[in-house]
Design a protein around this ligand. Sequence first.
Ligand SMILES: Cc1cc2nc3c(=O)[nH]c(=O)nc-3n(C[C@H](O)[C@H](O)[C@H](O)COP(=O)(O)O)c2cc1C
Length: 204
Amino acid sequence: MDLESIGMKKGLLYETILTTRNSNGTSNAAPIGVICKNNKEIVLYLHQGSSTVHNIKENKSFIVNILKDPMIFVESTLGNLSKNYFKQYENEFYIKNTDAFFMANVISLKDVKREDNLGISVTTIVKAEVTYINKKKECVEPLNRAIYGIIEGLVYLTRMEKVSGDMEKLYHHRMDEITRIVNKVGGKEHKIAMKNISKAFKKR
Ligand SMILES: Cc1cc2nc3c(=O)[nH]c(=O)nc-3n(C[C@H](O)[C@H](O)[C@H](O)COP(=O)(O)O)c2cc1C
């Protein structure tokens, strides 16, 4: 099995839950964006200070969970998931009712200074190789934000004629942000679709 077998396409960024092992042997979970580099390799951009980046630097391996459970995304962002969410696979942990998971081993790690819309910060770029895939459900669809951005963009476009003043300014601002996200996480078709929406939006 390769990443295509769980719906991951080259060049797209997917929102996943990464599970890693803490130095005291317990499990950690956090939402992390995973870029599919090709069928066997992924890239992560990790901000400084998280348990995830610390554990990956220590262990050089981790598990990527493909799921869409909103509570798991929320709870793993606000704190850590309780112990009974996890199951052990070899030396690692995955989330029990995930749709699919895969194990990855680090190929390279690099700390770089990066500038994005939130300012300058140090980011750890992790390249990793997929070593094992477990498809637990028949239908697995990894979470990619591009289609949601396109739908939001279309909603703003169809409402544009009804707004003016501060609301119109807000719509322009949101459209810029949606375009940025779609271009960051989407594939070729998503980007073309967004370009067409932006063109139509500017005419209104
Ligand atoms: C949808 C989503 C995607 C995220 N992607 C990343 C990412 O790609 N890199 C990163 O460093 N943090 C990312 N974060 C932020 C981390 O999940 C957050 O800092 C988390 O608290 C880290 O938890 P930890 O300390 O247990 O590792 C993301 C958060 C969300 C909600």
